[in-house]
Design a protein around this ligand. Structure first.
Ligand SMILES: [Ca+2]
Ligand SMILES: [Ca+2]
Ligand SMILES: [Ca+2]
Length: 188
């Protein structure tokens, strides 16, 4: 009887060990499988999301994500005009469907600003320094001459320097200012 009991106990104990081993092995397999699935999902998401963000349905140069963001039509290529400034490509985007561009879009840095419309002439700030750089009128782009006021401070400084030099020359001429010459008497 004791022998039978011992045999049963050993059999039961071996079974338990085997099941534990199986369970541990299964867990490792599950973890490995989950890790692989996670890696595939993460890598495919980044590729997938990049693909989505690059979709340009109407082939006007502006992708759907930015068309929706700015308010232009993803199915109308006429709302985006391409212009070139200093060998870089920029876009003029019509966001309210009135055939007048409202947004200046920098394709290289994905930044944009608002175009000013003054009697049909568009004012563009191409370098994003809050000053107008170009006019766009009837599909022609022309640089805006910088105001002479921008160089006024240079003229003011130059004027002050010339004034000071003239005053010094007058003072020398009238004898008010002079070079001091020291006389040396050499005894023989
Ligand atoms: Ca587009
Ligand atoms: Ca469009
Ligand atoms: Ca500017």
């Amino acid at each position: 009887m004791k022998f039978i009991f011992l045999c049963f106990k050993k059999h039961w104990f071996d079974g338990m060990q085997k099941r534990q081993k199986d369970t541990k092995s299964n867990r490792l397999n599950y973890i490995f499988l989950l890790t692989i699935i996670c890696i595939i999902l993460i890598s495919s998401y980044s590729v997938f999301s990049k693909e989505i963000s690059n979709i340009d349905t109407d082939f006007d140069g502006l992708n759907d994500v930015y068309e929706k963001l700015l308010g232009s039509n993803i199915n109308d290529s006429s709302d985006v005009k391409t212009i070139s400034i200093l060998n870089s490509t920029y876009l003029l985007v019509d966001t309210d469907n009135d055939n007048i561009s409202d947004i200046f879009y920098d394709t290289s840095l994905n930044r944009y600003n608002t175009i000013k419309n003054l009697d049909g002439v568009l004012y563009i700030d191409s370098n994003f320094d809050n000053e107008w750089d170009y006019n766009y009128y009837k599909n022609n782009l022309s640089p805006i001459e910088k105001s002479s006021f921008e160089y006024l401070w240079i003229l003011v400084i130059a004027g002050i320097i010339i004034f000071v030099i003239v005053i010094i020359l007058i003072l020398f001429k009238t004898g008010i200012l002079y070079f001091y010459e020291e006389e040396y008497i050499i005894e023989e």
